[in-house]
Design a protein around this ligand. Sequence first.
Ligand code: GLU
Length: 556
Amino acid sequence: MTNKELADLIFPNITKTIFDYEKMYPERNLKEGAKVVRFAPSPTGFMHIGNMMSAVINYCLAKASGGVFFLRNEDTDQARSVDGAVDFIYHILNYYQISPDEYEKQGKIVGNYGPYIQSERIEIYHTFIKYLIEIGRAYPCFLTPEELEEIREEQAKRKKRIGIYGRYAKYRYTSNEELAKKIQNGEKYVIRFRSEGDFNRKFVFEDLTQGKIEFPENDIDVPIMKSENLLPTYHFAHVVDDHLMRTTHVVRGNEWMSSIPLHYELFKAFGYKMPKYIHTSLILKKDEENGTIRKISKRKDPEALMFYYEEKGYPVPAVIDAVLTIANSNYEEWRTNNPETPFYEFPFSPKKMSTSGALFDLDKLDNISKNYISKMSAGDLYQEYLNWALKYNKDIASLLEKYKEETILFLNIEREIKKPRKDYENYSSIFPKSWYMYDEEWPEEPNYELMKITDKEEIINIMEEYLNNYYNSSASQDEWFNQIKTLAEKMGYASDMKEYKENPLNYKGNVADFTTVMRVVLTTKNMTPNLYDIMKILGKDRMLKRLEIFKEKYLN
Ligand code: GLU
């Protein structure tokens, strides 16, 4: 029985050849140097920060070179697929504005190299597997799970490499007639690649980040098609897809590096040129408990999953900047020199990516983000904050809608200046620092103990005197402060700090103690943005109400 006959027996309905597909998916007509890259996640879990790094790098490589960025859904591991994972991928790419040029969504294919969902490409994979069987580079293997376990145990006991190779690859030596008989008997099988490699021979592979690496050749007959649903394995599918989709650069996690010998041999079996590879570094973090550096963990670290950043309300550009900062050692400097340039114009250099791991720390993200938020206009910040609240905190959203003008004025305090305040690292951190601007029920009990002046009557006097006889909503900041100083003097407090330091016993206290009273009664905090502005926003009536609250809470 010939290989061709065996191949026809296994795939009777496959009539196309690999050469037909070659014609259907010709070389792309792109300008010199344009990169064709793909983001190829498996929906076996929700998108994590490592996926995000690959996606952002891909996007940069495509945009900076005038190339193509496509999304391929690698869903061949259907047993492990997670509901909602694919929708989440689309959501994230859209949310971060790194949408692919080619993709497939809800039955609609955009691009000429689809389908872009692996489970819809079975006929293509079968054609390529059929071809390998015909040329003697693949065969059906009937090893049962029990037999595979026995082999594994024997190899472990004898300290041999684990896998189906050499004499362990029993069915590579079985005649086509016998293989055909088993198939006709309905026995379960997988298709294995027939390796021609020699583990004792070496070859050199060049990764664009890690440079030249010497590997032993692959000699393992790996499964390329599983028995369930006749789906291909990742190893096989990505070779076929990256060839037919004309991928020039593969950006993928470092965990795939050890599969290079196999991928190298698979590409060679078809006579195809391998794309260039960029294996991204592992994402590391400093363990909060023991200070050691370890791999970020989807199980232990909430920031490992992409939900985190959106829920916390980190601005999109800040997250992208943080990801690129750990991806490329010269990004930070580039960003400082090019503050307004879109991130995708950054000339990403695989050589400038760490090979030992990228340390991701949230403080760094917080800094980037604080800086970014400090430069937004108050109106834009209000809008982003509201969008976040509408999704994650409806109560805050209603306050923001009710107090729109006041919120914008508050967010604008010490903003459009040379060194703006850097209070907020994300949208969820605004409310805990601004709830006192709203009259509705406060999330915290006011802490009136923050004042140096503790005599309650005195506090009430200061406030009543000031609000009723001095406060003037049209006063400039200087006039406002002069009024406060005048009142302070009148009530026995030093308005001049130097004078106070020299003769403290002549006074009840100083003007700073005096303004602290105002600040704490009005906001319940002893540190806030500029009090003059806060008073202007609150206005006299609301300030009087704050005094009533103080009386109610503090006097009882
Ligand atoms: N589907 C693989 C994964 O999610 C992708 C690896 C690749 O990009 O080739 O890990």
